[in-house]
Design a protein around this ligand. Sequence first.
Ligand SMILES: CSC[C@H]1O[C@H](OP(=O)(O)O)[C@H](O)[C@@H]1O
Length: 351
Amino acid sequence: MKQTHDNLRPIRWENDQLYLLDQRKLPFSREELVLHHAHEVAAAIRDMVVRGAPAIGIAAAYGAVLAVRQAYTTQGQHWREHIETDFAQLSASRPTAVNLNWALARMREALATIPPNTDPVPTVLQLADQIHHRDITDNYAMGEFGADILGEGACILTHCNTGSLATGGYGTALGVIRTAYRRGQVSVIFADETRPWLQGSRLTAWELQQDGIPVTLLPDSAAGSLMQQKKINWVIVGADRITANGDVANKIGTYSLAVLAKYHGVRFMVVAPSSTIDWQRDSGADIPIEQRAAEEVTTLAGQTIAPAGIGAWNPVFDVTPVNLIDAIVTERGAVLEPCRGGLRQLFPHQN
Ligand SMILES: CSC[C@H]1O[C@H](OP(=O)(O)O)[C@H](O)[C@@H]1O
């Protein structure tokens, strides 16, 4: 397994314990939570201690390990009857990133193979580790595929956080940016703040600073002027769910960037592993979009920034139609102009 950025590991399983870096505290404080029960992992996902589609899937996989271990320790050979509540809580923790239920489905498949009178924990722990390590390997592969498309002199805007903190390590869109920068293909990188959780200013800017990669932060609302002044030629983002036709659910504001990019002739790249693809849904209209509390909009760092009693509409994802996307990059390769239906060509065995 390639080493990722150790000091940026959002998820660690060591000494038979699960550690999550509390991303709510970054970049000002680096604190880890130690979790012993599946319901604690579900709460950590719900409360954004750990966030980012692939990272959510990996955390859910380890949450499933904790559930199975608890059931086997207390119920012995009757463990199967005592994991459903925990699995249901993990599954319901956040609705949009498909990686979460993709990981739980793989854990269930592994559990179905456990013979009677056998300890299930080693099998599911090995699978959780495989899911974790494979995500990192996939990110390096996507970094290469994405950088191959960029050419020279890339001037890039990225949205939200898609780096080591959102994945098993290295990142999806940020992995492409890291690889392209290392190859000398990047002229400038912009990151927008990404209200209301500020994943861009708190996490992406911090990750790139840790790497010594220069980045310029901007308010979300400045992206249009950036493109109007021809300061960028690429928008590169991640995804939380990609449907079979190539529509993409991603952090709120992604759709606005895609429309602006199309208007200004800026190319638009989405980078995500196949665990983010939902082959059961044919279009983005079917994707559940998470709505979060109004307080996330009306407060900032614990300070109220709006009049008391004001309501707020806070969908945390939006859907970008495939016709606004120039490239979708996965660990199997890149699909250019995905509106022409190339996604399935990378995954011919998908029904
Ligand atoms: C590597 S994709 C990460 C993806 O997840 C983020 O959402 P959140 O921070 O709410 O989990 C955002 O949509 C990113 O593109």
